[in-house]
Ligand binder design. Structure first.
Ligand code: HEM
Ligand SMILES: *[C@@H]1O[C@H](CO)[C@@H](O)[C@H](O)[C@H]1NC(C)=O
Ligand SMILES: *[C@@H]1O[C@H](CO)[C@@H](O)[C@H](O)[C@H]1NC(C)=O
Ligand SMILES: *[C@@H]1O[C@H](CO)[C@@H](O)[C@H](O)[C@H]1NC(C)=O
Ligand SMILES: *[C@@H]1O[C@H](CO)[C@@H](O)[C@H](O)[C@H]1NC(C)=O
Ligand SMILES: *[C@@H]1O[C@H](CO)[C@@H](O)[C@H](O)[C@H]1NC(C)=O
Length: 265
């Protein structure tokens, strides 16, 4: 009797160790680009998390829990931002409580025109704007010439330049307060998650690696922030970037939605 209890508890301990060991064995967070059938998003950072196995590598049935845990483990991004954007993610999906990464490309929920790395839906219909576009990225990649970092000034200039391009060429552009909030917020995220969240500066190499290759830039010396990147950090940075962009609303509406009423003065 005593013996079998001992044997049982030995099995429990051993079983527990086995589970831990196999979890580590199956996911070492190495970089592996998406394979056949894997799904990716319009978000370079989510794709990076998927390419390193911090969220499901197949990009399917992703939950808020997945992005809260994966975003913290991979980038030390805080739960307050990830819960809000994760909920918006559910709204893009036909599933009840998860999404596939491509669902996030739904126009007007999180996705906007005048992005940093993706063409406007108008120029790349049928979700072809899911993928990174080097032509679009050239605006950011060539910003802040002469130095090896991006900062708040250059991030604001890039937002303005990308918007100018859409204003000139995209007759279906939507450019209201929600859009600039999302766009400036995303810019604050690349400065803070990859760079110095206090100074708002980031080595160009780190940003270019995540955007172009959807790969963690630790191979170039990047280390995950020691402080949690949460809304307390992101929102003030986003405000500074928006101010530097001299943004003005021009309205527009998504199909099926009401035209935004713009106030003048
Ligand atoms: C882990 C932390 C995250 C960071 C640092 C981050 C950062 C970014 C950045 C910098 C962009 C701009 C890309 C561009 O303009 O081309 C972006 C776009 C986007 N992100 Fe994330 N993101 C994160 C998590 C998430 C999550 C959890 C979701 C949804 C569940 C999400 C959904 C999106 C979407 C839909 C876009 C496309 C917006 C557009 O049209 O440009 N992101 N993100
Ligand atoms: C994802 O969720 C959907 C809807 O609940 C389900 O039909 C599908 O089988 C799931 N896919 C995977 C890979 O788990
Ligand atoms: C990339 O973006 C440019 C500029 O919007 C567009 O003309 C081009 O068609 C896009 N390329 C792809 C493959 O979508
Ligand atoms: C997009 O999809 C629609 C419907 O399937 C098709 O008629 C159209 O030709 C597609 N456009 C492009 C540019 O692929
Ligand atoms: C950003 O960098 C440029 C180039 O060094 C510099 O002129 C500008 O003042 C910097 N902006 C901030 C906010 O430090
Ligand atoms: C955007 O367009 C405005 C108005 O034409 C111009 O003053 C500004 O310099 C442009 N900004 C960029 C970054 O190209």
């Amino acid at each position: 009797m005593l013996g079998s209890i001992r044997l049982l508890s030995l099995f429990c301990v051993f079983g527990g160790l086995m589970t831990m060991a196999s979890a580590h064995r199956t996911e070492n967070h190495e970089f592996r680009p998406p394979g056949e059938g894997d799904i990716r998003s319009p978000c370079p950072f989510l794709n990076t998390l998927a390419n390193h196995g911090y969220v499901p590598r197949n990009g399917k049935n992703v939950t808020i829990r997945d992005v809260v845990d994966g975003g913290r483990e991979g980038f030390n991004v805080g739960p307050n931002f990830l819960k809000v954007v994760g909920k918006k993610g559910y709204l893009t999906s036909p599933y009840i409580d998860s999404f596939d990464l491509n669902h996030l490309n739904l126009r007007g929920c999180i996705e906007t025109d005048a992005s940093l790395t993706r063409a406007d839906a108008f120029f790349a219909p049928n979700d072809t704007n899911l993928a990174f576009n080097e032509t679009v990225y050239q605006t950011l990649a060539s910003s802040n010439p002469g130095v090896d970092y991006y900062n708040i000034t250059s991030a604001g200039w890039v937002l303005q330049a990308r918007l100018n391009d859409s204003l000139a060429n995209n007759p279906e552009l939507v450019n209201g307060p929600k859009e600039i909030f999302n766009r400036a917020g995303a810019s604050a995220l690349y400065l803070s998650v990859l760079g110095d969240p206090k100074a708002g500066t980031v080595p160009k190499k780190f940003v270019d690696t995540v955007f172009r290759e959807e790969r963690m830039p630790d191979i170039y010396g990047w280390r995950k922030s020691e402080i949690v990147i949460d809304l307390d950090i992101v929102l003030p940075l986003a405000q500074a970037i928006q101010a530097a962009s001299n943004w003005i609303p021009t309205g527009g509406a998504y199909p099926g939605q009401q035209e935004l009423v713009l106030f003048s003065g």
